[in-house]
Design a protein around this ligand. Structure first.
Ligand SMILES: [Zn+2]
Length: 481
C-alpha cells in the first residue's frame, strides 16, 4: 500500500517536472509570428505594401516607403532574448534594398541598446534571406530596426524575422493557432494546429462549427453551412490567460451565389469632356451600367462562386487623352482604370460606331479581368516574357475573347506562351479542349502554387509540361491553318 502511494507520488512528480519543462519554452522561435506589433516612422506606403507586410510570413508581399531610410519598431508580446534576425529582400528592384541596417533593443523605448550593425547588405537575389546571429544577453520587449538604402529614395523589404527565446521568468501564456484547409465549398473538416506557448489548458469557441466549443489541444471541427466564421482560443496557465480571436477564419463557400455579387463603387470621370471625351459619352451614355455588367461577367468567367472573389470595393474609371489605349493600376479592394479618348478619336475614321463600342467593351473586359484575376507569386516581374506577364496578360485577353470581343482571325502559328495578350489567350483557349474548366483551374493555381510557374500549373492540371502542350497546340494550328 505504501509502496503504491510512493509510486503514485513519483509519477506525479515526473508529470509535474515534464510539465514545467514544457512550459519553459527556451528554444528560440520567430517572435514576429506571435502577435508582434509593428510600426514604422514612415507611413507613406502604397495600399497593400504597409509595414505589417514585414511580418505576415509571406516573402512575396513587401513593405515599401518612398524614403531612403525608415525606423521600424517591433513590440513583442513578452520579453525575449534575441539569438539572430533575418531580412528578406523584396521581389523586384534591387536598388530599393536596404544597404545599412542597425538593430537596437529596449525595455522602455527611451534608451536603446545597439545589438547589431550591418554596413554593406548584399542579398543574393530577389526574395532572398540574409541572417545575422547576435549575442544579446538580456531579455527585451522592444526591438528597432533602422534601415537605410544606398541613396535610392525608395526603400523596400519583404520580411523581418526575430529569432528569440521567451523570457523564462514570465509564465504568461500566448494563445496562437493555425489551420491549413479552412476555405472550402459546402462543408468540410478543419484541423486546428495549436501553436500556443506556455499554456496547459485550452478553451476553444467555434461559431458555426461542430462542436461549438472544445478543450482539446488540437481539435477537429466540422463546418456544414455557408458563411465566414470566427475562431477564438483562450490559452491558460495557472490563472494566467491569453486570448486570440481570428474573424472570418473559416470560409464555407457556396457554389454560384451570383445574386449576392458585390459591385464596386464606381468613380467615373470623363476628363476630356468638351474635347475628345465627347465621343466616349456619345458611344457609352451609361458607363456605370456597362462597367457593372462587365464586372459580373468577368467574375463568372474566372470563378465558380462569389465567395472566391477578392472583392473589389472601389473602381476609379477615367477617360483621358493618353497615348496608351488603356491600363489598370492598384489591386483589390481599390483599382483604377483609364481609357484613352485620344485613341478613340484616332480610330473614329476607320471604324464604325458599333466597332468603336465593341473596342471600348473589349478593352474593359481585359482591364477588369486584371482587376479580378488572382496574382501569381514568385513568377517574376511584370515584364515581357516572364511567367507572371504571360499569366496576367494571357488570362485578361482570354476573358475578352470568351466574352465575344476578339476574333479567331488574329490566331496565328508561332510565338511563346509568355508573349501574353492574344498569343497566350489563344493557347489558354485551346487548352479548354483538354479541360473545359481550364481558365478557372489556371487562375486558382495562383493561390495554390507558390512560387508559381506555367510548368507547375500545367503539371498540376494536365500532368504535362507547358512545352509539350505548346508543341501540341502549334501542331494543331499548323494542321488547321
Ligand atoms: Zn493587360
Amino acid at each position: 500500500m505504501i509502496k503504491n502511494t510512493s509510486k503514485l507520488m513519483l509519477l506525479a512528480c515526473v508529470t509535474a517536472l515534464l510539465m514545467s519543462c514544457n512550459l519553459q519554452e527556451t528554444t528560440p522561435v520567430n517572435v514576429t509570428n506571435y502577435k508582434c506589433r509593428i510600426m514604422s516612422d514612415r507611413n507613406d506606403s502604397p495600399v497593400g505594401e504597409e509595414v505589417n507586410k514585414l511580418v505576415d510570413g509571406d516573402v512575396y508581399s513587401k513593405y515599401l516607403t518612398f524614403n531612403s531610410s525608415a525606423s521600424i519598431q517591433f513590440t513583442t508580446l513578452k520579453k525575449c532574448k534575441l539569438s539572430s534576425y533575418s531580412l528578406v529582400s523584396g521581389g523586384d528592384a534591387e536598388e530599393r534594398d536596404p544597404m545599412i541596417c542597425v538593430l537596437e533593443a529596449s525595455n522602455d523605448k527611451k534608451t536603446w541598446q545597439e545589438i547589431d550593425r550591418q554596413k554593406d547588405l548584399q542579398f543574393s537575389g530577389r526574395n532572398q534571406k540574409l541572417s545575422f546571429p547576435v549575442s544579446a544577453n538580456e531579455n527585451y520587449k522592444y526591438y528597432r530596426l533602422q534601415l537605410e538604402s544606398n541613396g535610392n529614395d525608395i526603400l523596400q523589404l519583404s520580411e523581418v524575422e526575430l529569432l528569440a527565446a521567451w523570457d523564462n521568468n514570465d509564465n504568461t501564456p500566448i494563445a496562437l493557432f493555425k489551420a491549413e484547409n479552412r476555405a472550402f465549398f459546402t462543408k468540410g473538416l478543419v484541423e486546428f494546429n495549436n501553436l500556443s506557448v506556455q499554456a496547459d489548458a485550452y478553451h476553444w469557441y467555434f461559431k458555426g462549427g461542430k462542436p461549438e466549443t472544445s478543450t482539446a489541444k488540437n481539435p477537429k471541427v466540422k463546418y456544414e453551412s455557408f458563411g465566414k466564421y470566427p475562431v477564438q482560443l483562450i490559452a491558460e496557465n495557472k490563472g494566467l490567460k491569453d486570448t486570440i480571436i481570428l474573424n472570418d477564419y473559416v470560409n464555407v463557400k457556396r457554389k454560384g451565389g451570383w445574386n449576392q455579387f458585390s459591385y464596386p463603387k464606381i468613380n467615373f470621370v470623363n476628363k476630356t469632356l468638351g474635347g475628345n471625351g465627347d465621343l466616349y459619352t456619345e458611344l457609352v451614355p451609361n458607363p456605370k451600367e456597362l462597367i457593372n455588367t462587365v464586372c459580373l461577367d468577368v467574375c463568372k468567367i474566372l470563378y465558380r462562386s462569389v465567395d472566391e472573389i477578392d472583392v473589389l470595393n472601389v473602381l476609379d474609371y477615367s477617360i483621358e487623352d493618353l497615348e496608351t489605349i488603356s491600363a489598370k493600376g492598384g489591386n483589390p479592394p481599390h483599382i483604377n482604370i483609364f481609357f484613352s479618348s485620344l485613341y478613340l478619336k484616332n480610330k473614329k475614321g476607320e471604324m464604325s460606331n458599333k466597332d468603336l463600342v465593341d473596342e471600348i467593351v473589349g478593352v474593359l473586359y481585359h482591364e477588369l479581368a486584371h482587376g479580378y484575376q488572382y496574382s501569381p507569386k514568385g513568377a517574376g516581374a511584370y515584364a515581357g516574357g516572364s511567367d507572371f506577364f504571360g499569366f496576367l496578360e494571357g488570362i485578361a485577353d482570354y476573358v475578352r475573347l470568351k466574352a465575344g470581343y476578339s476574333s479567331y482571325e488574329y490566331r496565328k502559328v508561332g510565338g511563346h506562351w509568355n508573349d501574353g495578350y492574344k498569343t497566350s489567350a489563344f493557347f489558354i483557349d485551346w487548352l479548354h479542349t483538354k479541360d473545359p474548366d481550364f481558365v478557372y483551374k489556371l487562375n486558382q493555381t495562383a493561390k495554390t502554387i507558390i512560387p508559381w510557374s506555367w510548368d507547375a500549373a500545367t503539371h498540376k492540371i494536365f500532368d504535362q509540361s507547358t512545352q509539350s502542350l505548346w508543341d501540341e497546340y502549334q501542331a494543331y494550328l499548323i494542321a488547321n491553318k
